[in-house]
Write a protein that binds this ligand. Structure first.
Ligand SMILES: [Fe+2]
Length: 258
């Protein structure tokens, strides 16, 4: 159901694979039909994105009555993947101080539909994240926004010393924008510098933005090694909600003291 031979490497500051028509039009249509006929969504986030999230009762119901979504879910969710657990900043810090030889990997996936207003400010994903994937089910004209945008940190002296989770816009420059196209699949690795976001979606004379989002994450923080440098996550508790968690985390080349 997923034509992986369509996936091509993309030259970028972190690894990205893109496959056009990796999912057939017929399957896209079936998936849209299944998502559209869902009566309940688990949440409405990011200015207009309704999700059916793995782990919820609603998700179980949805999967049981949606043949194609179930097949797709099973394709990504082999038995070795565990369920994502919410971990707070204190727990994350405690986990970081231990050495795990074989951490668990979990799959998170949601079936989403976005209306106008949906946007996602540039960020890097949380420190447990390994890979992400996106499957676009509708064609969105370029002028309607909603594009997946890849950023890189502007070249500065400190470029290799710190990677904030939420850098200021002025610290970033756009590398590439992917306008959602029916059947396009994007995989990207989560690295300290894998900055991405979604430009505001304007729903005007165009379909809603139907898509599937998934990720693989460890149950422990990831320490990254690149060339001779090691990047350690520095976890900071936050009163404010940071996307889906209550902590901020920056990658620095110094070891944190917890
Ligand atoms: Fe993200």
């Amino acid at each position: 159901m997923l034509r992986i031979e369509k996936l091509k490497k993309f030259k970028n500051n972190f690894p990205i694979l893109v496959g056009n028509k990796a999912i057939s039009n017929h399957l896209c249509a079936s998936l849209i039909k299944e998502i559209s006929s869902s009566e309940t969504f688990d949440d409405l986030i990011m200015g207009g994105r309704s999700r059916i999230n793995k782990g919820s009762k609603n998700f179980k119901k949805y999967i049981n009555r949606s043949k194609i979504s179930k097949k797709l879910f099973q394709l990504f969710n082999t038995k070795k993947f565990t369920i994502k657990k919410k971990i707070n900043s204190t727990e994350l810090k405690a986990l970081l101080s231990k050495n795990y030889k074989h951490p668990n990997v979990n799959l998170d996936i949601d079936f989403s539909v976005s209306k106008g207003g949906y946007r996602l400010r540039p960020h890097r994903d949380d420190i447990t994240r390994l890979y992400n994937f996106l499957i676009y089910l509708t064609d969105i004209p370029r002028k309607n926004g909603g594009s997946l945008t890849i950023y890189k940190k502007k070249a500065k002296k400190n470029i290799r010393k710190s990677f904030k989770r939420f850098p200021k816009m002025s610290e970033l420059e756009i590398v590439k924008s992917f306008t959602p196209k029916k059947g396009t699949v994007v995989f990207f690795q989560s690295t300290p510098n894998s900055y991405h976001g979604v430009k505001r979606f304007i729903e005007k004379k165009c379909p809603k933005r139907f898509f599937i989002y998934g990720s693989y994450a460890q149950n422990t923080p990831v320490i990254w090694k690149y060339k001779d440098a090691t990047y350690y996550p520095h976890i900071i508790y936050s009163k404010k909600r940071m996307l889906t968690s209550f902590h901020d985390a920056n990658y620095l080349i110094s070891e944190p003291k917890y």
